[in-house]
Design a protein around this ligand. Structure first.
Ligand code: 8X3
Length: 249
């Protein structure tokens, strides 16, 4: 039986690209997200992808996922579900958005990890990969909700690595910088295409979801004694969070 990889937030972007790449590299992938149609579309692309509608903010959904996986060789969990839902100063931000951002990015990962680690322990090995962000390393104006949540997710990865010490479970945190996906910036700007496009304006080659998937695949396929604690990846044009080379058009 092929090793099982669970990818959250798999209905688009980095999650979908990762599901496809892992399926090409010997995993049976359980692709989870909230949007059934998109997941089904993804599952049609590979016989090694099955889909399941799971909202990581729902205890009962995550419990259903664990039940479905019970007895299966679960070796990998990619905690990718997340996102930014505003671009606002702390002073003008909405506390509800703080809660939502923290719930999806941090507690959603916690829920899924809590549910799946016992299966990995039973199986005898496992790997938790948390897709954080360079927003988990440095603060930026109008990024408060997302910056705080991503700092939280980094802390989660670090804590887990200590607490799981002695178990054959690897913990990797991958922090992408500027990645151009279909939805990240659009979601942040509530569907405003013009504002979303400005994020990438003049940047020769932002990272793609496939680039991030490749970093995940590489970390996962290293020998089992070899743990990537943390990996920061950016396009060459982004020297630092605030230092992006843009070519005027
Ligand atoms: C996305 C990177 O720079 O928008 O995780 O925070 S950034």
């Amino acid at each position: 039986m092929k090793p099982v990889a669970v990818v959250t937030g798999a209905s688009s972007g980095i999650g979908a690209a990762t599901a496809l790449l892992l399926a090409e590299h010997g995993f049976h992938v359980v692709a989870v997200a909230r949007r059934a149609e998109r997941l089904q579309e993804l599952a049609r692309k590979s016989a090694d992808i099955e889909s399941m509608v799971v909202d990581v903010t729902s205890d009962s959904d995550v419990m259903k996922l664990a039940q479905h996986l019970s007895g299966k060789p679960v070796e990998l969990l990619v905690c990718n579900a997340g996102g930014a839902f505003d671009f606002d100063t702390v002073i003008t931000s909405d506390p509800e958005i703080w809660m939502k951002t923290y719930d999806v990015n941090v507690v959603g990962s916690v829920r899924t990890i809590k549910a799946l680690v016992p299966l990995m322990t039973e199986h005898g090995k496992g790997h938790l990969v948390l897709i954080t962000s360079t927003a988990g390393q440095v603060a930026y104006e109008n990024g408060g909700t997302y910056v705080a949540a991503k700092h939280g997710e980094v802390a989660l990865a670090r804590t887990l690595r200590l607490e799981l010490s002695g178990l054959p479970i690897r913990v990797t945190e991958i922090a992408p910088g500027m990645v151009k996906t279909d939805e990240f910036a659009l979601t942040r700007f509530s569907g405003d295409q013009e504002r979303a496009a400005k994020i990438y304006a003049g940047v020769a080659k932002p990272l793609t979801d496939q680039d991030v998937a490749e970093a995940i695949r590489w970390s996962v396929m290293l020998p089992e004694h070899f743990n990537i604690d943390s990996m920061t990846i950016r396009p060459v044009a982004q020297a630092a969070q605030h230092k992006v080379h843009r070519v005027p058009n």
